[in-house]
Ligand binder design. Sequence first.
Ligand code: NAD
Length: 488
Amino acid sequence: MSELSFDEWKKLSNKISFRNKAFINGKFVDSISKKTFQTINPSTEEIITTITECNDKDIDIAVKAARASYEKGHWSKMPPAERKAILLKLAELIRSNLEEFALLDSLDMGKLVQDAVTIDAPGSAMFFQWHAEAIDKMYDEIAPTGPGDLAMITREPLGVIGAVVPWNFPLDMATWKASAALAAGNSLVLKPAEQSPLSSLRLAELAIEAGIPEGVFNVVPGYGEVAGKALGLHPDVDCIAFTGSTAVGKLFQQYAGQSNMKQVWLETGGKSPNLIFADCNDLESAVNMSAFGIFFNQGEVCSANSRLLVERNIQEEFISRLTEKAKQTQPGNPLDPNSRMGAIVNEEQTQKIISYIAQGKKTADLVVGGERVLINNKGCFIQPTIFNNVNPSDAIAKEEIFGPILSVIPFDTEEEALTIANDSEYGLAASVWTDNLSRALRVSDNLNAGTVSVNTVDALSTVTPFGGVKQSGYGKDLSLHSFNKYTT
Ligand code: NAD
């Protein structure tokens, strides 16, 4: 765990150098158009650096490089144990640069550097390590044919994977795709979010240092409607692995239909319910984890527990304790280890959150927060906010806000809680708090969500698959199931 002080983080942030060009075929390059865009620190509103902006021509060059490297077979046909050794080296290189990775993400999108250095960056190393260690332990199959016949079922890489990722966990979302896709032997063209390209570019550079051959791991920064779309429409991309909004996920399905029917795997939005039953004995943990579930990473988490469903007879006590917790979770400078919440990714997202707060103020009881905050007269900071007695059909209970805004809905019966919880276009994650084992199993079974956590929130781990149902998408990241996306 990093023990750097606020001053030391500030000093480090002044010394750090930024990779700001596209990374294609093992080299940092300008785009053909020579265009660039700015990446901005949302806590200071200052420009961090200008970044190469890729368009369809650059995407084509990157896909050709990925295809050529794939066809050469120097990665795709490398013995698994050798690929494993290289990916393990990459994991070690990430571990040797934890503070740099943490700073890149914190400066780029406003998350707490302390979280980035203890959760995101070590997580990235662990995901590469885990997928690396898996690949020489997966066996193929021989089918049970009759005598004289031999049918082998082998798992092969798909070819060229296009990965398009969001800004909320820049390094980790890139890693979830890259670790499994590369371990399986594919070549990759990664498009980071335009708000947060810095850590992906550094990761690609370290991939070469680890020994991943040129052309296997390419990074093409640029805007979604240009670079993301070009990747989605490219006729020589075999698969798109996307994490982002439901609306853009649907566009990728269209791009596939308009081009080569490439496989499309979607991890999209969520409005995850967190069900608190009065028979939960450890309300203290329920309060603490419910706060974590909505305020961690400024609520910019796809599986954020943004709907709190609480049994009516404990509603008052629960919300009063949760309100105290919210008051202790105030935003501050993301580089200050004493800050409890960071900055919202940019002004546009801040305004979107503010407009949801304005809607909530009209129809629900605002119990805490609800205001924008400035730090040193600058920045995209929002107070942790709780709306009580929210009508389940209101926008703040239905739509993904992607900010530190909690909608509390009381219920009287288990059946009612399940009906409200499942009445959503999303189905990414859910949580249940109860000490009644039968209820825990029954409710988990009846919640329509990709993952259900019991007596905790968001029990995410490398060993369990993560992904949604309904309009939260399909296909799994993490665990051995993730290889199903990247192999045929
Ligand atoms: P977004 O959909 O706007 O952008 C995601 C990516 O798609 C970015 O790289 C962006 O450049 C690209 N993109 C945008 N418009 C595009 C277009 N027209 N064509 C092609 N590509 C395009 O999402 P965001 O605002 O970056 O991230 C927030 C969203 O991500 C939330 O909805 C959140 O729930 C979701 N998310 C989901 C998961 C998950 O695992 N399910 C994880 C993290 C975030």
